[in-house]
Design a protein around this ligand. Structure first.
Ligand code: GLU
Ligand code: ZN
Length: 469
């Protein structure tokens, strides 16, 4: 048997971490067993589905490398098929037309609730025997078995059983002729030969209804695995949060797909206490057995930690290509400065994301337009005027442009002015980078180059003049 899994998002909002996790688990499961992974866009709810959301699903999956073998299928393009199956079910007496008015159903429900009973359709039209009523609106209902149980063995939660008497006759076609959500899922899983359904636990109540319909269609019943929810630090379901982050925003914020996949994998799945999984290991080790039953809690710090790990450990060439992308996005021309490889070396242990690297290193490529206020107030002051002038002179006359030589200049000036080396470095740092944070200043100046370094020191000298004299 070939394993066939699917990712079946409804394109009605952001593709958040929770949905991607289901996609990842389904994808890994298929890859582990050399099976097929398919993508199905569940856009039968035309009013809530948007093209924008479809785009974000496709680009999110592509960015993460979760490639699909079949699809994307669109439910909106399969309406004829659903309607045909409904027609067949009506003919075979597996479904029936229900003419009950909205008001009647509403009254029925209110009455049941007043008697403390679970509201459900009473079955008035179940035995109408093909009665044809012209000009009267109807919905189509599935004839759910009246007795017995639906039992399935959930791969995460174990045996789950529902009494059929708990389930009422599900509407499978609305009065406007549109098939309903649960029905489309059933026909799709059947037509697409899905063998394993891995999805969020919010679908657990749909499963017995879907199984009953599948049975009535004499279909094979897939194996189900319902994954627990993901909560934020305050215990709120992330899928319910309006601000839940679109997966592509992680890219914008400078995360590597490798880090995000590793992070998402571990949100609810474990393999001993192993934390780092590359793609090969993920595919090799993934199973449904080790998916946790309890909810997972997001942990931004861990994601940052993983991202730094991957920046440090993935092939250098790949990481530098990624970094180039972020410089480009910020309109920073890397031709104006050192190789990005040098930047990675300098910042890979100081930053967690590419965004942070760009934020911390743009002065290598671009002149800054003002000195940080607090830094300037502290270091670009009267009594450092002569220090800077002397620094300028010494740097100007340096014979070889080397980090070592630049360090020596700092040593000499610190002796001459009886100041700490650290203090001299700070004055230079503010002058050359505009701020108080940077890697070793001699290396920074070396990479910025003599000409630009001198121009910036000169700018700092003029700044002191303008402010103080
Ligand atoms: N379309 C559903 C959702 O986005 C998933 C349905 C399924 O996996 O069966 O939640
Ligand atoms: Zn009815």
């Amino acid at each position: 048997m070939t394993v066939i899994t699917r990712f079946a998002p409804s394109p009605t909002g952001n593709l958040h971490i929770g949905s991607i996790r289901t996609a990842l688990y389904s994808w890994l499961f298929a890859r582990h067993y050399n099976g097929k992974f398919l993508l199905r866009i569940e856009d039968s709810d035309v009013e809530r589905s948007t093209l924008e959301s479809v785009q974000s699903i496709l680009s999110g999956l592509k960015w993460l490398g979760l490639n699909w073998d079949k699809g994307p299928y669109f439910q909106s393009e399969r309406l004829d098929r659903y309607k045909n199956v409904i027609r067949l079910m009506l003919n075979e007496g597996k479904a029936y037309k229900c003419y009950c008015s909205f008001e009647k159903i509403k009254k029925e429900r209110e009455f049941q609730i007043s008697k403390n009973k679970k509201p459900r359709y009473s079955g008035t039209c179940r035995n109408l025997k093909n009665e044809i009523r012209f000009n009267q609106d109807y919905v189509v209902r599935f004839k759910n078995p009246l007795s017995g149980k639906v039992i399935f063995s959930d791969q995460i939660r174990g045996r789950i059983s529902f009494d059929n008497s708990e389930l009422d006759d599900l509407i499978i076609q609305r009065s406007n002729g549109m098939p309903t959500y649960n029905f489309c899922v059933v026909v799709d899983d059947l037509d697409m030969n899905v063998t394993h359904v891995i999805r969020g636990e919010d679908h657990i109540n749909n499963t017995p209804r879907q199984i009953n319909i599948l049975k009535s269609l004499e279909a094979n019943i897939p194996i189900y695995a319902h994954v627990s929810m993901i909560l934020d630090e305050t215990g709120k379901k992330i899928s319910k949060r309006k601000d839940s982050m679109n997966i592509i925003e992680y890219r914008e914020n400078g995360f590597l797909p490798e880090a995000l996949l590793n992070y998402i994998l571990r949100l609810g799945w474990s393999y001993g206490d192993k934390e780092i999984f590359d793609l090969v290991e993920m595919k090799k080790l993934f199973n449904l057995k080790f998916i946790s039953k309890s909810p997972s809690i997001i942990n931004e710090k861990k994601l940052l930690w993983l991202n730094r790990h991957y920046i440090n450990n993935l092939p250098f060439h790949y990481v530098s290509e990624c970094l180039k992308f972020y410089f480009k996005k910020r309109n920073i021309d890397i031709k104006n400065g050192p190789n990005v490889e040098c930047i990675i070396e300098l910042f890979k242990n100081r930053c967690y994301t590419f965004q942070q690297i760009v934020d911390s290193s743009h002065y290598f490529y671009k002149d800054f337009s003002y000195f940080d206020k607090i830094a300037a107030h502290k270091y670009l002051v009267c009594h450092n005027f002569l220090v800077l002038k002397e620094l300028y002179k010494k740097i100007f006359f340096l014979y070889l442009w080397e980090t070592k030589g630049l360090s020596k200049v700092i040593d000499k000036i610190s002796i001459k002015f009886k100041m700490k080396k650290k203090e001299i470095s700070m004055i230079l740092r503010v002058s050359v980078t505009g701020n108080v944070h940077s890697p070793g200043i001699s290396t920074v100046m070396y990479l910025i180059g003599r000409e630009k370094t001198l121009i910036r020191i000169n700018k700092a000298i003029n700044y002191i003049k303008n402010v103080n004299f």
